[in-house]
Design a protein around this ligand. Structure first.
Ligand code: UDP
Length: 323
């Protein structure tokens, strides 16, 4: 297949691009490099430097590439920032995404796969969370992704553009060449590794009085390569709709810190602090629909292996993608 990957210079987009190329597909990456890294884009991919806010630029890229499929990763992802600057999130994650959708329809794209998020569920009541759980986001980031899912439904109905929205739980880990390099970093595993590297003095645990066995939040960490596999299966499938992607196992913040300690063998000072606003106590995916309908079979079911892959990447890239 020929596939255009919007946002292919970001963390999950670059890992997915590498996976698609490894499986014999041709990839065009379209990325504005606002948060992504040019060096993260596999040399085998064609790179187009462009911003989805420029409708003509994405239209021209699709007209030139004529891909059968599009994967849409290009979005802002900081939950905290989305609550101070919601306009930035709705403008980019919704309006700019619309330019991609319009161009995809004009250029006869068969299928679009969209990066969605467990944040569409807000504070879910059912654990593990099925796709039928009510979608009640508690932050503007989750709302922006939910709005776009709903827009995809209308484009399918009106224009026949098939779509799959993949609701990721906590993406983690690295491939041999691609890893996580955000600036600023807000995600737990890379932050704990920065402490292991001596770049931060301590890990701050946000909340130690949650109704969980050790009092800290529980999350479902899923390896980026398992996410990548699901994107290819979704492109190949005629299935339309939304699917959860998680391992189905929950790990507390303390368990993640202990795992990083075991993998790195480094000392990790920890302090406890107040809860972070908007954090649900427990998010664990029921991904049985993705397994059943898409034939998804995640390979990493072990947090230690996920953390180990991230640590190996960081040791090879101590400054991330910066030279
Ligand atoms: N977390 C933490 N300290 C940090 C960063 C994150 O205790 O420095 C917690 C956070 O409150 C959440 C979990 O780790 O319960 C995972 O957070 P992350 O930002 O990685 O992902 P999220 O689940 O928010 O998408």
């Amino acid at each position: 297949m020929k596939i255009l990957v919007a946002g292919g210079a970001g963390y999950i987009g670059s890992c997915c691009t590498e996976y698609l190329l490894d499986h014999g597909h041709e990839v065009v990456v379209f990325d504005a490099l606002l948060n992504g890294h040019r060096a993260a884009v596999d040399e085998r991919a064609t790179f187009v430097h462009g911003n989805l806010q420029d409708a003509a630029a994405i239209d021209a890229a699709l007209a030139a590439a004529r891909p059968e499929g599009v994967i849409h990763f290009a979005a802002f992802i900081e939950v905290g920032e989305s609550m101070t600057d919601p306009g930035k999130y709705f403008r980019n994650n919704v309006s700019c995404g619309l330019n991609l959708l319009e161009a995809a329809v004009r250029q006869g794209v068969r299928k679009i796969v969209f990066s969605s998020t467990a944040a569409v569920y807000g504070m879910p009541q059912t654990i593990p969370i099925p796709e039928s759980e009510p979608t009640l986001p508690v932050n503007a980031y989750g709302e922006s992704k939910l709005i776009f899912e709903r827009i995809l439904g209308w484009y399918e109905r009106i224009h026949g553009l098939r779509y799959t929205a993949l609701r990721y739980f906590n993406a983690a880990g690295a491939t041999v060449r691609c890893g996580e390099d955000h600036n600023p970093e807000s995600h737990l595993i890379p932050i704990v590794m920065q402490v292991a590297e001596g770049r931060r003095p301590q890990v701050t645990i946000y909340g130690h009085d949650y109704p969980t066995p050790d009092g800290t939040c529980i999350r479902d960490y899923i390896h980026v390569l398992d996410l990548a596999q699901a994107h290819l299966l979704a492109l190949e499938s005629d299935a339309v709709g939304c699917f959860n992607l998680g391992s189905g196992s929950g790990h507390s913040v303390r368990a993640v810190i202990d795992t990083v300690r075991a993998v790195t063998g480094r000392d990790l000072p920890v302090v406890e602090a107040a809860r972070r606003a908007g954090d649900p106590p427990r998010l664990i995916s029921d991904s049985s629909a993705a397994r059943r309908v898409l034939g998804w079979a995640p390979r990493f079911d072990d947090l230690h292996a996920i953390v180990d892959s991230a640590w190996q990447w960081r040791q090879k890239h101590p400054h991330g993608y910066a030279r």
